[in-house]
Design a protein around this ligand. Structure first.
Ligand SMILES: O=C(CO)[C@@H](O)[C@H](O)COP(=O)(O)O
Length: 230
């Protein structure tokens, strides 16, 4: 996808954040890696702009040192973090950050989201990991994302006292992981709440079953063409 088409795609994906209940007011952001053959670098949301005021042209182009290349708008507060992730994870083509409420509640408790659901084994290949706290504005959040997600099956991490970061080969795949992590965070929370209310208990999935589920979802589920079912 070229630079102009990526702007349009990135704008479209940002509108999915409020639609899916993942952000409030101006929180959250998405970026897309721009291919080297085009301009290189990345496109990212401008900081503090409401979702209804975002435009394709307003997406800010930066290099992978987080320097703005073509805009009068300030880029997202998380630009240095996104740039750090792209520099250290060459397979990543898109990054999403949200404060989606259930996943962020787990993050506020500094708890991994335990793997008790087949849908979670499918998408995340096990528990969703919780990383440590880092302040906003520099590369520290990115360093924590890279530290925890390198060689990890999960495309999502929750960060202590903050929120969610997801990665993917494309921004659309990273967005899917952001939608799915909120879905499992809510259901897992409800399952534990129901167990507490009824005196029951919740079993985590057997690691061997998680492996089988993850393998089926990764290699068999869905359509074999990238044009269908994105
Ligand atoms: O939590 C943070 C900073 O990590 C962000 O999600 C802000 O809430 C939105 O910041 P901008 O991307 O608009 O600068």
């Amino acid at each position: 996808m070229n630079h102009a088409a990526l702007r349009t795609e990135l704008h479209r994906l940002h509108l999915e954040l409020p639609k899916n209940g993942l952000v409030t007011w101006t929180s959250g952001n998405i970026s897309a890696r721009v291919p080297d053959g085009d301009t290189g670098g990345m496109l990212i949301k401008p900081s503090g702009v409401t979702f209804e005021d975002l435009t394709p042209e307003g997406m800010v182009l930066t290099d992978l040192e987080a320097r703005v290349l073509d805009s009068d708008l300030s880029p997202s507060s998380d630009t240095a973090t996104h740039a750090y992730i792209y520099r250290h994870m060459p397979q990543v083509g898109g990054i999403v950050h949200t404060h989606s409420p259930y996943a962020t509640a787990w993050a506020a408790n500094a708890r991994d989201i335990p793997c008790i659901l087949t849908a979670q084994a499918d998408e995340f290949g096990g528990p969703v990991p919780c990383g440590g706290f880092a302040l906003i504005g520099g590369e520290e959040i990115g360093a924590e994302v890279v530290r925890v997600l390198t060689n990890h099956r999960s495309p999502a991490i929750i960060l202590k006292s903050h929120g969610v970061f997801t990665i993917g080969p494309t921004p659309a795949k990273a967005l899917k992981a952001a939608v799915m992590v909120e879905d499992v965070a809510r259901t897992v929370f409800l399952a534990y709440q129901l167990a507490a209310a009824t005196g029951g208990s919740v079993a985590t999935l057997d690691p061997a079953d998680i492996d089988k589920l993850y393998d089926r979802y990764t290699n068999v589920y869905g359509q074999r063409t990238s044009e269908v079912g994105k």
